[in-house]
Design a protein around this ligand. Structure first.
Ligand SMILES: [Zn+2]
Length: 485
């Protein structure tokens, strides 16, 4: 049999330092790059054998169920549905034809990989989400479709083996690093191939991560753990939830910003991990009825007809909203939520410190200053034998000036106590305690977190000291001129 090779699949065998124009591993197109990763993972030696293998999987094992990926393709178009031999024959004819450059429509540069050569028609039948041929103004120069090279089109044929099915949507992980590549290859593609070899694969691999935000954090944590990235550079993580199915065509993109990845690397280290997982678990959204979070077992409990059942995290972590994750991704502060947890139980203070440094850009000088002030406040409380008197004005501060007033009163009392060192130096007060452009309640919340930490250390329960509810201050709509009044 004539053996056909694809120009761009020889990267691993190529001598170093001799890149070819056709040799593009990462095109930047998530669909094409994932198809390439699937091809690289398959054991078959030639491209032709690989095409035969996936065609058999799609036709025989999956009974042609690749509709959400390819619309009206040689496998999914109406007249071949439930006719496996026609699906197989038409698909092999089409993709082998591409290899031999049959039915090309033009010559030029591929729109995806920019290689120069023979071009073919890309449409929703061979490339998800690529638009409609009915509207010629959708494409450059009113072309009838997207014009791309045979290499890109063949890679795309392998895409279904690199996807996860989440309800009505398909999840795609964008390959942006060797870590991302290896994670997805091992956890999704090899899992798929293993199921196929065991005869238990009946379609695109299913996942219960319907919630894109939660999925981002899961893959980031998996990547950090698998490759021990705790002290490595941050990795960009992007997920696509899409469907190319009929008129339901849709895509949503989820992106994990670098500062959040840096924060995760730290809080997933062994010394903070258990406390961080507690914070995350406690903040799944269950609504008020029928569910409660049990502090002892640290599990969610479902209450039905007075019977309590402990829920397995797998049952909800992919579907229930997580308020901590949502706020981290939307840029809203989680400091107030950490403060509440600190008041109720002992929690490692470095979660808040890492968050303030990596995500909120709080300077180390400010963190050190607030910690030092909290030491002085606790020492004053101990001296007076009264914690409530000093804690209440800080907890009760609903406005910037109330917090400032409380701190200035403490500074005065500290001076009257005859302490040698000032409570806070004026330069520190202006530059670090309430710096320009920062929300005053971050200072309040972090000060309270430090105070609660020390009270727990002294075995004084913060919620016994005071029953004042700390006001949650809305970030939205805050007038920047209110800072530093
Ligand atoms: Zn191309």
């Amino acid at each position: 049999m004539e053996q056909i090779t694809l120009d761009s699949f020889t990267t691993s065998d190529k001598p170093e330092g001799k890149p070819s124009v056709a040799d593009i591993r990462f095109t930047g197109d998530p669909f094409v790059d994932m198809g390439r990763l699937v091809m690289d993972t398959l054991r078959q030696k030639t491209v032709e054998e690989k095409i035969r293998f996936v065609t058999d999987v799609y036709v025989d094992r999956w009974k042609g169920k690749i509709h959400p990926v390819f619309l009206n393709s040689k496998i999914t178009i109406g007249h071949v549905v439930s006719k496996p031999e026609a699906q197989r024959k038409d698909s092999l004819e089409y993709y082998f034809g591409l290899l031999k450059e049959k039915k090309s429509v033009s010559k030029g540069y591929c729109r995806i990989c920019a290689n120069k050569g023979t071009l073919f028609e890309g449409g929703r039948h061979n490339y998800p989400m690529v638009g409609s041929g009915d509207f010629t103004n959708f494409y450059h120069f009113q072309e009838s479709s997207l014009l791309i090279c045979k290499n890109c089109l063949i890679k795309l044929y392998f895409l279904p083996l690199g996807l996860l099915k989440c309800g009505g949507k398909l999840m795609l992980f964008q390959i942006q690093s060797s870590y991302a590549e290896k994670l997805w290859q091992e956890d999704v593609i090899l899992e798929n191939l293993d199921k196929i070899s065991r005869g238990s694969s009946e379609g695109i691999l299913e996942s219960n991560y319907f919630n894109g935000n939660n999925a981002l954090f899961k893959f980031a944590a998996d990547m950090i753990k698998k490759f021990k990235l705790y002290d490595h550079d941050s990795q960009r993580i992007t997920l696509f939830y899409f469907t190319n199915y009929k008129d339901k065509c849709d895509v949503k993109i989820y992106d994990l910003p670098n500062p959040i990845f840096s924060f995760l690397k730290r809080v997933l280290k062994p010394d903070l991990k258990a406390d961080w997982m507690y914070v995350v678990k406690k903040h799944y959204h269950f609504g008020k009825t029928n569910y409660r979070f049990d502090e002892n077992s640290q599990e969610w409990i479902e209450v039905k007809k007075k019977i309590e059942t402990s829920l397995d995290a797998e049952a909800y972590e992919g579907t229930r909203r997580n308020i901590i994750y949502d706020r981290l991704l939307s840029g809203e502060s989680i400091l107030g939520m950490l403060r509440k947890v600190h008041k109720s139980r002992q929690l490692h203070v470095h979660i808040a410190i890492t968050y303030l440094k990596e995500v909120r850009n709080m300077r180390q000088e400010q963190i050190d200053l607030i910690r030092k002030i909290s030491d002085k406040i606790v020492a004053m409380c101990q001296k007076e034998g009264n914690y409530k008197k000093l804690m209440t004005p800080i907890e009760g501060a609903k406005q910037n000036y109330e917090l400032r007033g409380a701190i200035l009163r403490m500074a005065k009392a500290y001076l009257q106590n005859g302490e040698a060192e000032p409570f806070v130096r004026s330069k520190d007060y202006v530059e670090y305690l309430f710096p320009d452009g920062q929300s005053w309640y971050e200072t309040r919340d972090f000060l309270l977190i430090c105070l609660y930490e020390k009270l727990h250390d002294l075995r004084v329960e913060p919620d016994q000291v005071s029953d004042t509810d700390v006001a949650d201050v809305e970030e939205i709509g805050e007038n920047p001129e209110d800072f530093n009044q």
